[in-house]
Unconditional design. Structure first.
Length: 88
């Protein structure tokens, strides 16, 4: 079934001149394009997860700096622990 799906998607993408043009531009910039399709059994679907056309807002990620990040930022001349001065 996955091979059939891969073939159908490949054929649909190959027929689209807009997709071909976009992929060529990406390749010209030195990037590779990969499309990954994952599959799960119906009983593996997380509770409350449903594919809909509406996008739910994502929560803000937690921002944390560990000691490795702090050393790297300071090596670049960035000190995130320094207080910000007010503008005059």
């Amino acid at each position: 079934m996955l091979r059939d799906l891969r073939g159908a998607i490949t054929e649909a993408l190959a027929e689209s001149s807009e997709v071909t043009r976009s992929m060529d531009l990406i390749r010209d910039e030195g990037w590779s394009v990969y499309l990954v399709i994952d599959r799960k059994q119906d009983d593996e679907t997380p509770e409350g997860f449903e594919l809909t056309g509406e996008e739910e807002p994502t929560p803000e990620p937690a921002f944390r700096i560990d000691s490795t990040d702090l050393v790297f930022l300071r090596s670049l001349g960035i000190d995130p622990t320094r207080r910000v001065r007010r503008r005059r």
